[in-house]
Design a protein around this ligand. Sequence first.
Ligand SMILES: [Zn+2]
Ligand SMILES: [Zn+2]
Length: 391
Amino acid sequence: MISNLNFLVNSIKDQVIFWRRHLHQNPEVSYHEGATSQFIYRTLLAFGNLEVTQPTKTSVMARLIGKRSGKVIAIRADMDALPIQEDTTVDYASHNPGVMHACGHDAHIAMLLGVAKIFCSMQGNITGELRFIFQHAEELFPPGGAEELVEAGVMDGVDAIIGGHVWTPLEIGKVGLTYGPMMASPDSFYITIKGKGGHGAMPHQTIDAILVGAEVVVNLQHIVSRNIDPIDQVVISVCRFVGGTTNNIIPNKVQIDGTIRTLDPKLRQKVPLLLERIVKGVTSAHGADYDLKIVQGYRQVINDERVVRVLEETVREVMGDAAIEFVHPSMGAEDFSAYQQKAPGAFFFIGGGNKEKGYVYPHHHPCFMIDEDALQIGMKIFIQAAIKLLA
Ligand SMILES: [Zn+2]
Ligand SMILES: [Zn+2]
């Protein structure tokens, strides 16, 4: 561990908390991060030795070029808030009605600003380049901000990338690591069942879209329970079923929408085919017809073994062995996966919950709040891991 890491992080602790609270008070939703990106841009410029650019309208990238050439290591923070009315009692609660940093991206920005500031003070000792990516629109897909930033070239020349998420399901002081697949691909399906409408009293003159739709819903669960190896992970959830207008009319169509989650790129290709086979079979068995649209979301977050190992070593050094929590993959999604297409990368969780202080709410909840000690922990891990990756 660099000898003065604790000192360096501690010396800017109050400033980082101040940044985080300012951002928390002024949240902006995906693709509207105008003031947020300007705040980041100005703060980074003031550090003096960064090359700061805006790859897209509301994102910011900063490069710190070391004294000697070497590897390029990127660290990513997302910066968007959510359309949620905040319901906390903190004095820095959101000033923007209906908008809240309810996922902790305010903490991500503040940490990365802090990390950039500390690295600026060490520029003379750096071999290689550090790249700080402040990404817009993580919460909104498709396409999501990461894909756009990759297209804008932020990953050009990058040798490895790391990203972290403050995480309230993990207690403060814990760090969550996962080797290999960590988060799922969230693909959406939209099925229209097309029958023939008519009077509820004369079903024989109709093709009942509601009944056919109900059978489709039930049969879709055969995919996970009977077509997929039980050792593999797939989720298919029907989350919307809409049809009909009143109690005595059989409608001519029904809309069935849902989500498909997998941790495996091959299954991601296979499941839509199985899904269509069922929709096609059930509808044709009853003389109905269908439309099916599949919209692909983010790719799976699949962590690179070597980069996770660096994070594991880092956490053991910075926090001690007891801090490490190997977490199960989640069927949630993250567009960090876009960067992993371009360079080995790893995503990890920084414990931010605290039962004693009442920070127990899940992400995207109106009472969501994190333990701000997570900011220092996250900074130490980013700094130490980046130094190891540069070496
Ligand atoms: Zn979120
Ligand atoms: Zn998030």
